[in-house]
Design a binder for this molecule. Structure first.
Ligand code: PMP
Length: 395
């Protein structure tokens, strides 16, 4: 059996439409296949390779750490400099009230930790999340997800969860004194890139303060420079009580975190009640890669260029079949008429060498989220290939 056959035979499938691109090597914005195929990765592995694939400084940091140690002990027991240095580097990007970092393995695990911490800190049990939110695939994260079709098969899920509509002011009335936390993507990703207003976030912050509710912002997809600020919440002039992050954080290595202030996080230390335990959380090799990633984002001025690169894409992707583009920085959704119209365009673009896809809860829109390292020439090339795919498929 060849690799593609093995993929279908022995590797558990998660979707009816896997992209099925076979990759032998990746570098910068490019993926290379076994027969010399060359693709531009215009989705960064879904918002992961913000600094490009195999950035030399990430590779160097990984190698340096490999020469010292890999896993030593479950998270939180030994003093390991990749973890302590990473926590410091992250706190340096944040307001002083967010000064305590709990390192985990993934976005879903960060969400689990944050929800548990909110219950411990507030003593309350109810949670509020948004319609069409995606916070991960584990049971707790799924419980605060906002798409009934995906949740239905797994009920009963966590009790006490209600959904509000993202960005809709009147729904904030649902937040009350019994609410432990509101969890919300700062920019909704899988809903197809939805951006609320500054006024909405200000009202949300006020309502949480009034009711003693913790505000957890999910920066898993929109953090680490993706939207043109290090953290997406910086666009809205509010400070959350907690952040969850992952994806772009490790520069291609698996790592995540939930972040709060020391006092809130202290709720976990209250033995004998178990807090959150993670064997591989904050793996030192991933942590070293993450420190390098933060340095790259800061030193290479990548975040400052996000807005102009996004504007260039918007100016180039013009075609009667394109109904509009929603974006915050390089987190973009290009809207078509339907999935049936979009899917052949995505397939043809892949044949022509550009990888995009669609969103979990918005399948009429094309996801564009390139590595932030993409150059203007590479943007022009990518967009002309997408336009060619549109022309070939739909005339
Ligand atoms: N939250 C958001 C906003 C996400 O986009 C994702 C992943 N798509 C997650 C949480 C879950 O992260 P992970 O897949 O690492 O568990």
């Amino acid at each position: 059996m060849n690799n593609r056959q093995l993929f279908l035979q022995h590797l558990a499938q998660t979707t009816d439409f896997p992209l099925m691109i076979e990759v032998e090597k990746a570098e910068g914005i490019y993926l290379f296949g076994p027969k010399g195929e060359k693709y531009i990765d215009l989705i960064s592995g879904i918002g992961v390779s913000n600094v490009g694939h195999r950035h030399p400084k990430v590779l160097e940091a990984i190698q340096t750490q490999l020469d010292k140690y890999m896993h030593l002990m479950v998270y939180g027991e030994y003093v390991q400099s990749p973890q302590t240095e990473l926590a410091k580097a992250i706190c340096n990007t944040l307001p002083s009230t967010l000064d305590n970092v709990y390192l985990v393995n993934s976005g879903s695990e960060a969400v689990e930790g944050a929800l548990k911490l909110a219950k411990r800190h507030t003593g309350k049990r109810n949670l509020i999340s948004c319609v069409n939110a995606y916070h991960g695939s584990s049971h707790g994260a799924l419980s605060v997800g906002g798409n009934e079709i995906f949740k239905r098969a797994y009920r009963p899920l966590l009790p006490g969860v209600s959904n509000i509509r993202y960005g809709v002011l009147e729904d904030l009335a649902l937040i009350d004194n019994e609410t432990a936390a509101v969890i919300m993507e700062t920019i909704q990703g899988e809903a197809g890139i939805r951006v609320a207003t500054k006024d909405y976030f200000k009202a949300l912050r006020e309502k949480c303060d009034e009711t003693g509710t913790l505000l957890i912002l999910d920066e898993i997809q929109c953090g680490f420079g993706r939207t043109g600020k290090f953290w997406a919440f910086e666009h809205f002039e509010i400070v959350p009580d907690m952040i969850v992050c992952a994806k772009g954080m490790g520069g291609g290595m698996p790592i995540g975190a939930f972040i709060a202030n020391k006092e809130v996080m202290g709720a976990f230390k209250n033995n004998p009640l178990l807090g959150h335990i993670t064997t591989f959380g904050g793996h030192p090799v991933s942590a070293a890669a993450s420190i390098a990633t933060i340095e790259i984002l800061q030193k290479e001025s990548l975040i400052d260029q996000v807005e102009s690169k996004a504007n260039l894409i918007k100016s180039l992707l013009v075609h009667p079949k394109i109904k509009g583009i929603r974006n915050k920085g390089l987190m973009m959704a290009v809207e078509f008429g339907s999935f049936d119209e979009l899917k052949p365009i995505i397939d043809r673009a892949i044949e022509l060498g550009v990888i995009t896809d669609w969103f979990l809860f918005c399948d009429d829109s094309m996801r564009i989220a390139p590595p932030l390292t993409i150059t203007e020439d590479e943007i022009r090339e990518s967009c002309s290939i997408i336009l060619q795919a549109i022309k070939e498929v739909s005339g």
